[in-house]
Design a protein around this ligand. Structure first.
Ligand code: ZN
Length: 427
């Protein structure tokens, strides 16, 4: 436990340093998390999350060493209340390295608990391996079912299956999906809609808008913006600027359409994530939030290194906003993964006849190459923070304790929701 606390403080210190070092980058919208002092959870108002009051770390309150202390009833075990899953669409391990090198940063999350993930999907008979698309890849993460490419929220036989957000809702938690893609894109739809065809935008919209997910937020899409009355009929407040979102922060359900098309001039995921945390954290039972940075995949399909690196960096900025929000909280788990790798990206340290060059921030050259304009079978990562080290052998059937299946990300999330005390490292 002390090791975890030490690592936590070390990480927060590193991140604080990174924040101050990165002030040179001017985001399109000022990062509200940096200017809002009330954003950080105040440990003084929440004694349950203050590590200093943990009796195990304070010998003075240890009943064995202090005879004057009355025997206490066992303190209420702490729970993991909130779960945040961040998906870098197409983000292989070298994409992360590319972001770090291009922006001259050490991403703190690369030091978290880590395991590699196989991302293959299956065919209609349930057999694999099949090189996955974002629909089947997202469905595996969202539901724990390996399925057919293009299927959303369905098993390989075409049956609708429960998502982790459905399950969270049954536990009284608030739920949210926030993506830089259209809400009708494959990854957000896998968590909130049901369709055999990822291109059936209208069917996806129709099933998503009745999903009961409290926060649905995405890049502006003409089907969504043209369906205002349907959205409002389901109880959503339709909001399309941060100003409106801020003013409507106390509304129960909201539907966001923001210009998050992936360039540095657009609304950034990290800024939208700030408002999502503000909204969902009002729920006393906690929340489950899915965040997707979709542009890592889109730019990798185009082999566009500069914009891909910008998108990876945006994902890391989002992690930093979440950690700032967490402050001393000890009730929140963060998971970072990808649905698959895109582009067959490799990053090297020296120029040779295969590499291309990119001059990153600070003038350092990054050497890299792409081997594909499509998805690959390269393993991706799962990084976890705020929870005890997961025992993946408990649910992975993939044969190695060091590589799990994509469906095990769902299995882990469900296990955390089922055993919120076991996963809290402060118990
Ligand atoms: Zn893709």
């Amino acid at each position: 436990m002390k090791k975890t606390a030490f690592r936590l403080s070390l990480l927060l210190l590193t991140l604080a340093l990174l924040f101050s070092l990165c002030a040179c980058q001017t985001p399109a919208v000022p990062n509200p998390a940096e200017t809002d002092p009330s954003f950080v959870t105040d440990p003084a108002t929440d004694p349950a999350t203050d590590p200093a009051t943990d009796p195990a770390t304070d010998p003075a309150t240890d009943p064995e060493t202090d005879p004057e202390t009355e025997p206490e009833t066992d303190p209420e075990p702490q729970k993991i209340k909130n779960l945040i899953l961040i998906i870098g669409d197409g983000m292989g391990l070298d994409h992360i390295a590319a972001g770090e090198l291009a922006y001259g940063k050490d991403y703190g999350f690369t030091n978290w608990d880590f395991v590699t993930v196989n991302t293959d999907s299956v065919n209609a008979n349930g057999y694999g391996p099949v090189l996955t698309d974002s629909a089947a890849g997202g469905t595996a993460l969202a539901t724990g079912y390996l399925t057919v490419n293009s299927y959303l929220g369905k098993d390989h036989k075409g049956n609708d299956v429960q998502t982790i957000l459905d399950y969270a809702k049954s536990l009284g938690k608030a739920t949210g999906v926030l993506t830089t893609d259209s809400l009708l894109g494959a990854t957000p739809s896998a968590f909130s809609a049901h369709s055999k065809n990822r291109n059936s935008s209208q069917e996806i919209f129709n099933t998503q808008v009745i999903s009961g997910v409290d926060l649905l937020g995405g890049n502006t899409d003409s089907i969504c913006t043209g369906s205002l009355s349907t959205i409002e009929a389901q109880g959503y407040y339709y909001l399309d600027t941060f100003d409106k979102i801020d003013r409507a922060a106390r509304k129960e359900m909201s539907y966001w359409q923001l210009d998050m098309a992936g360039t540095s001039a657009d609304v950034q995921l990290e800024d939208a994530a700030y408002y999502a945390l503000k909204m969902l954290s009002r729920n006393q039972e906690g929340f489950v939030l899915i965040l997707e940075q979709a542009y890592i995949d889109k730019y990798s399909h185009n082999n566009d290194f500069a914009n891909m690196a910008h998108s990876v960096n945006s994902l890391n900025n989002t992690v930093e906003v979440i950690l700032k929000w967490m402050g001393d909280r000890t009730d929140t788990a963060i998971l970072i993964t990808a649905d698959h790798e895109t582009g067959g990206l490799t990053v090297g340290s020296k120029a040779d006849s295969y590499t291309k060059n990119f001059v990153g921030e600070g003038g350092k050259t990054v050497y890299y190459d792409w081997s594909s304009t499509n998805h690959t079978r390269a393993k991706v990562g799962l990084f976890t923070y705020g929870i005890t080290t997961p025992d993946y052998a408990k649910f992975s059937y993939y044969g190695s304790p060091f590589t799990i299946k994509n469906i095990d990300v769902f299995n882990l999330m469900k296990d955390i929701l089922d055993n919120p005390e076991t996963y809290n490292p402060y118990n």
